[in-house]
Write a protein that binds this ligand. Structure first.
Ligand SMILES: Cc1cc2nc3c(=O)[nH]c(=O)nc-3n(C[C@H](O)[C@H](O)[C@H](O)COP(=O)(O)O)c2cc1C
Length: 205
């Protein structure tokens, strides 16, 4: 089983990375393969609604989004971790996620999602909600923890002192592994639920 982790932070050894390390330890203990991707200083432009992806099944911008799409397709779970910037996920991450989710048309149902927001002080719950929306529009179950997944720290590494946040990272990782295994077993036993043809609301023709 495999998990793709997307770290939205530009800081290479920042607080998001520390939190992710805590999750990766659990995934490795549980024998889960991990693909750990960090945005770093790379620039990601936003979706320009050209719909090229509807023909080509990839994004018109030939950057890491198309490689991540292939890894995401092969993964059983997706972890997204963002630093909080002005009460929201950071801009590069949102540009990447918009394009990753919009340009990929493979079945994302039952890939397990988990989101974390990391801040100095505030904006984590709004960011957590923002990130979970990519999962819930795609029939992806969410691995939750014992709080609305957040961690606190300002300077690089300070999050290690947030024992509650670090513990929650471990809890979410364990819950995610459990859900991925349970879904794999249930699919073999029962199959996935029936998939209906997509319908659109009456005012969009
Ligand atoms: C542009 C910018 C905006 C920020 N906005 C917020 C904010 O709204 N709320 C907050 O608590 N921290 C804010 N921070 C602090 C970061 O969220 C915090 O330092 C976090 O630990 C960064 O994670 P990283 O070390 O993984 O990059 C901001 C930092 C930057 C650079």
């Amino acid at each position: 089983m495999k998990v793709l982790i997307i770290n939205g932070s530009p800081r290479l050894k920042g607080n998001c990375s520390k939190l992710i390390d805590e999750m990766v330890n659990i995934f490795e203990q549980e024998g889960i393969e991990v693909e750990n991707y960090q945005i770093g200083a790379k620039a990601f432009r936003g979706c320009m609604a050209c719909n090229y992806c509807y023909e080509a099944h990839e994004c018109v911008f030939k950057d890491d989004v198309n490689q991540l799409a292939r890894i995401f397709n092969d993964s059983d779970g997706l972890v997204v971790v963002s630093p909080v910037y002005y009460g929201s996920a950071n801009g590069s991450l949102i540009s990447l996620l918009d394009r990753l989710f919009y340009s990929t048309h493979f079945d994302k149902r039952f890939k397990v999602g988990a989101a974390f927001a990391v801040a100095r002080r505030a904006g984590t719950t709004a960011t957590f909600d923002e990130l979970n929306k990519y999962f819930t529009i795609n029939q992806m179950p969410i691995a939750s923890g014992r709080y609305w997944n957040n961690g606190f720290g300002r300077e690089q590494g300070q999050i290690e002192k947030d024992e509650e946040g670090m513990q929650n990272a471990r809890i979410v990782a364990r819950n995610m592994v459990f859900l991925m295994k349970a879904i794999r077993d249930a699919r073999l036993k029962y199959g996935y639920p029936e998939k209906e043809e997509t319908k659109y609301t009456h005012f969009i023709k």
